[in-house]
Ligand binder design. Sequence first.
Ligand SMILES: [Zn+2]
Length: 435
Amino acid sequence: MKDIHVIKINIGSPTPQQTELRKESARLWNRLVKLHKYNRKRHWKWLGKFDLSTHFKGRFDLHSQSIQALCEKLSANVDTTRTNRKNGDHKARYPWRCKKNFQVCIWKQAAIKVNGNRISLSNGRGRKPLRFKLPRTMPMGKIVQAELGFRELRLTISNEIDKPSSAGLNTVAADVGIIHTAVMTDGVKSLGIVGRGMRSLTQGKNRKLAFYTQALAKCKKGSRKSRKLRIAKAKMLNRYENRTHNLLHHVANQMLDFCVGRDAGTLVVGDIANIAKGKKKKHAKRSNQENSGSPIGRLYDYLRYKGQLRGVEIVKINEAYTSQSCPLCDHRHKPSGRNYKCTNKECDFVGIRDNVGAANILNKHYNGKIVAGTLLPPNNVKYLRPVKLRQSVVDPLNKGKLLSTTHTKVTVPLGAGSKIRCDYDTGFDLETHTL
Ligand SMILES: [Zn+2]
């Protein structure tokens, strides 16, 4: 079994050689897209990756395999769009942007040489190779691909490992949500993972995004101010990305820890892909924002690959009505708070909402539908926080006023006992993320 990791290495500001490589890649990409478009519009035969790479071989200042890799990338994009359109997504667009200035440059295994902690990426005969220093800690395995992006080098590392045996015969079901990223149960024990940290990150991001959009709209295009704002916006988004990435990895690990601890080789999750699509009624802005901004789809990807390494299989089922049905009498109603209280007069079931959801998902997985009275959720749920968010000084949204950057180290008391150091005397209230 292959264990594949992708690591990102920060390489700082691009050198002229790196920029030239990314520009050359963009030139090739633009030609590829144009050629594909030309053939598509005339209903001619679409060129496959082999036709494309034979056509462009040796025409660009790149390693022959780098050219091949981009041709493969284009045909993979075309294939994905084709399947998406076949499956009913008519908004999916074939690659169309043919005025790119930069494109990632890809190296395949044959062009990669590693010597100690140095990596050398060949650009073909007669051209200078690109050299980087590797970080001290690297995952085990062979580097099979390298990608040069802006200030970033991505290495794909593949390692051959033995396929792990299944973690057990038991099954765990998880109800995935926003307040609790996941509540899991196997019918005996329940574990919840608190999602408030994640929600606060998403909300903070959306709020800052609104600020930047507004401020940018007031700016003259191309002005120094707008440039500064765009850089700040990109940095903010990057930070958000890194934080959610970290948080989701922790959540996935904790979920799988629970499964392995309960001897469960199967983890059943609700299929969230169709939540937003099928709904007729438009929700309040707030819940729409929460659903579209929530990165839970990515959590499933992490669960799948981490599960493979630990012998846990992920099964998706339709989670319709699982959080509304009473597990005792099958009466349906939509709970409004965090608790589920059955509204059927002859039934007095009370439970924790997400826990009820998880138990019903498990019930549905065992029986094909929810069979009332067969599986009741456990009474207790233990809650875990994925990680403690680093308490940082949140950059205040000061509506265009300049920050006073006098370096007077002040200590701002934050509630009972906790203190946070602030390097800038900003004159604004500091916010804390309370989990
Ligand atoms: Zn009931």
